[in-house]
Design a protein around this ligand. Structure first.
Ligand code: SF4
Length: 345
């Protein structure tokens, strides 16, 4: 008999700007097999970079226990991230544990697709509902220059097709655009995934962390992206799937699918942000551009009760007032913000 996991402590949590806690992104590792220039530049994350030893990472049991408490306080959707989540061994075991949490409505994962062809079936069978694959270009040279480890694009495309074959379609494909590198690839990507029946999401280059050399000149605004695609493949606005959805959706006028833009820089969406992020060593961040997190691993390992952990969550979320994208400036861009590879996108 499958034992469903319930938390004794319950109740929706609302932050100081009336935003409910609804989405939890869980980073399961700070490691990745890519060195994407906008996330984990090789110059910083080189051969000698010290990643966290496994003893510092939350175990699957610890992640599941915390996730159960978050769900009891309103989380409906969990997304597994990294680094690259598929480099964490037996990740499908964690998926199966999380899939049993009562009240969890959606379980998704974001991957660079490098290991997806091998793992897609096992992830689906374990209970994964949806998958997003990061892919910044179809042109192999451009893609390899952006992942900066020479990983070939066809292996990621094979992974996307394996995920579709495993029943995870439509796949969301996340493309980060840097003006000087892959702006000219946008329409090709739109055409390809329009034909393939997957959902392309184009992400404005963001000043995440403090090592990716961000500057506004490299940002291609969402309006410009949509104009480029619309000129080739006519679009019309499309309503969000749910309140607080990150992407602005557009439907192809030919009725066959959609495309979206994630415009954190030029069209901030902080007023509807319902996302919390848990790092792989158990720190809660209430904003992607956060600087300090709330440590849950220490109280967990000190044997604190669900009630005590729940109280820690309540005290962290209810005072939340984050709105980084609304106040972004050249001064804030230089702040020592937490790295995206550490808390997941
Ligand atoms: S900047 Fe922070 S508060 Fe605003 S939408 Fe992003 S994660 Fe949410």
């Amino acid at each position: 008999m499958v034992q469903t996991l319930r938390s004794p402590v319950r109740g929706m949590l609302i932050d100081s700007r009336q935003r409910p806690l609804r989405d939890l992104r869980i980073s399961v590792t700070d490691r990745c097999n890519f060195r994407c220039v906008y996330c984990m530049p090789k110059e910083v994350f080189g051969r000698d970079y010290k990643f966290m030893p496994s003893a510092q990472l939350l175990t699957f049991e610890e992640i599941t226990r915390l996730a159960r408490i978050f769900v009891a306080h309103g989380v409906k959707k969990i997304r597994l991230t990294g680094g690259e989540p598929l480099v964490r061994s037996d990740i499908e075991k964690l998926v199966a544990m999380l899939a049993q949490i009562e009240g969890l409505e959606d379980l998704a994962l974001t991957t660079n697709g490098s290991l997806l062809a091998r793992k897609a079936r096992a992830l689906k069978d374990a209970g994964l509902r949806r998958i997003s694959v990061s892919l910044d270009a179809l042109d192999n040279g451009i893609f390899q220059s952006m992942n900066d480890v020479g990983f070939p694009v066809e292996h990621v495309l094979e992974g996307i097709e394996a995920a579709a074959a495993a029943g995870l379609a439509p796949i969301k494909v996340n493309m980060v655009v840097k003006r000087s590198i892959n702006r000219h690839c946008i329409v090709d990507m739109a055409r390809y995934f329009h034909a393939a029946g997957h959902i392309l999401r184009i992400i404005e280059f963001m000043d995440v962390g403090h090592t990716n050399g961000w500057n506004m000149d490299e940002v291609v605004p969402a309006a410009e992206v949509i104009a480029l695609i619309n000129a080739e493949l006519p679009l019309e606005p499309f309503p969000p799937n749910y309140p607080g959805e990150v992407a602005t959706r557009f439907r192809y006028k030919d009725g066959s699918g959609e495309v979206g833009v994630i415009a954190s820089v030029t069209e901030p969406f902080c007023p509807s942000c319902t996302r919390a992020r848990l790092s792989s060593d158990g720190k809660l961040f209430t904003c992607l551009f956060g600087i300090v997190g709330t440590d849950f691993r220490t109280p967990l390992r000190l044997g604190k009760s669900d009630e005590e952990l729940s109280e820690l969550l309540r005290s962290a979320w209810t005072v939340r007032a984050d709105r980084y994208s609304e106040i972004r400036s050249s001064r804030t861009a230089a702040l020592s913000k937490v790295e995206m590879s550490y808390i997941g996108g």
